[in-house]
Design a protein around this ligand. Structure first.
Ligand code: PLP
Length: 457
């Protein structure tokens, strides 16, 4: 029934997906866009909303995978892109916008003494690890189970799969062995590892906890890492691809008051267009400068990239970061999300559904209780479940049905399931989402999707 309602509303998406499957593996261009029986195909978007090829309107919580703090098509961002497109998309030369973009990052991100642009967050984490290894002369990287740093080979194991540390197909075992994968909820294990070994170049993590806080960090985790990395000569790298310019204008490091040596940035950084950056201590970034590197006795680190800081992305970025720096966009998005989280939790209580909703800043995560634990939505503490309970065990079928049920009621959740809220979302979007959620839960109950969970409460 849930699927029937979705299918009836989205025949043109179904057709496009059938065609896509004949050209794109799985019909997709990003693993996380998978949805059964097929994803919606979106034709336009504006502010907090988007429309599919069948004309259905959605409140959007995908938010360009988190890239759109200002919502879709902010007029100043659109104008900046349009103006720059007419002036050229690739001068094959240095240009003013890259300087202005870098200055904005420097001004907003507390630890950003220098900035190097890349094309994506994955490229930025790749570069950050290279810089860290070269700077320290050490090879191992400490990572945490479930923390995602892009899709490249060095960070593939244990982030979205292979949580037991086994090596994913296509990844050299020797490269996976350069990572020391530690539990994401035990600061003592990380501190002891740093103490016991002298071959660790860097500790990299999402400062929000894995997947923008889906697995929150225990209190004191970041401070413990900051102290231990200082003491033992390793670099601390914050992956702020999602938290950057969202957790606060200066990212999670500004929100928590703990500064890393290097920061990996992307998403909001480039104003909704492709782009990434490594920002951090001048001495470390100076390895990219042949003169400074030689003077410091370092080898120059190579880094190319045809589209690094391309002017179209730089134009969108400068417009976006100027607004982030001069407005309360982060705070507004966070306040809306707080209302949303509270409202969703209230509905779970009223509907007697033993799930919960949590999250930080402008992110919300719906916990659909895959293990059917007895729990009270109003007093749920995600820290008690740790990685295994929150990200390590899932009920993909239930999550898919929830997302389909919400889409059929005009709301697009991401696969957490949950979402990232923009400053363009407001009370109207919250009210519409809450109504859809209540209705979707009832539909899931009728379909028998939650029988086990309800009876365990
Ligand atoms: C925390 C984090 N790091 C890195 C990345 C990779 O960024 P990109 O998709 O731009 O390569 C992502 C992407 O979702 C991310 O969430």
């Amino acid at each position: 029934m849930i699927e029937d309602m979705y299918r009836v509303r989205t025949p043109n998406s179904a057709k496009l997906y059938a065609e896509a499957c004949r050209v794109l593996p799985a019909g997709l261009t990003h693993d996380s866009r998978a949805l059964s029986p097929y994803p919606i195909y979106v034709s336009r978007a504006e502010g907090p909303r988007k429309w599919d090829v069948d004309g259905n309107e959605y409140v959007d919580y995908y938010g360009g995978h988190g890239a759109l703090l200002l919502g879709h098509c902010h007029p100043r961002v659109v104008e900046a892109i349009r103006d720059q497109a007419a002036l050229g998309t690739h001068p094959g030369a240095a240009h003013e916008l890259e300087v202005r973009w870098g200055r904005l990052v420097q001004r907003l991100v507390p630890s950003a003494e220098r900035v190097r642009f890349t094309n994506s967050g994955s490229e930025a984490s790749h570069l950050a690890l290279r810089l860290a290894r070269a700077y320290t002369g050490k090879s191992k990287i400490v990572r945490f189970v479930g923390h995602f740093h892009g899709w490249h080979d060095q960070v593939a194991s244990g982030s979205m799969s292979h949580f037991d540390g086994s090596v994913p197909a296509g990844i050299p075992a020797s490269l996976a062995a350069e990572s020391i994968l530690l539990p994401a909820d035990d600061p003592a294990a990380a501190v002891q590892t740093l103490q016991a070994r002298d071959d660790i170049a860097a500790v990299i993590l999402e400062p929000s906890g894995a997947s923008w806080g889906q697995v929150p960090l225990p209190p004191g985790f970041l401070a413990a890492l900051r102290g231990a990395t200082h003491r033992h000569g390793a670099l601390l790298v914050f992956d702020e691809v999602i938290t950057g310019f969202r957790w606060a204008p200066g990212g999670a490091q500004a929100r928590y008051g703990i500064l890393p040596d290097l920061t990996v940035l992307a998403k909001i950084l480039a104003g909704g267009l492709p782009g990434g950056a490594v920002a951090g201590a001048k001495e470390i970034l100076d390895q990219l400068d042949p003169v400074a590197a030689r003077a410091a006795g370092h080898e120059k680190i190579g880094h190319q990239g045809t589209f690094n800081a391309n002017p179209l992305c730089a134009a969108a970025a400068v417009a976006t970061l100027s607004i982030v720096g001069n407005s309360d966009a982060c705070a507004r998005a966070e306040a809306t999300t707080q209302h949303l989280r509270e409202g969703l939790r209230g509905i779970l209580v009223e509907e007697d559904v033993p799930w919960s909703v949590y999250g930080e800043a402008s992110g919300f995560v719906i916990f659909p209780n895959p293990e059917r634990l007895p729990l009270d939505p109003a007093s749920f503490d995600p820290l008690r479940l740790g990685f295994k309970g929150l990200k390590g065990s899932r009920d993909p079928e239930l999550v898919n049905r929830l997302r389909i049920a919400m889409l059929a009621r005009g709301v697009d959740l991401n696969g957490a399931p949950g979402g990232l809220v923009s400053a363009a979302h407001g009370p109207r979007e919250v009210a519409q989402t809450l109504e859809a959620f209540r209705d979707a839960l009832r539909a899931l109950k009728v379909a028998g999707a939650m029988r086990a969970a309800v009876s365990a409460a």
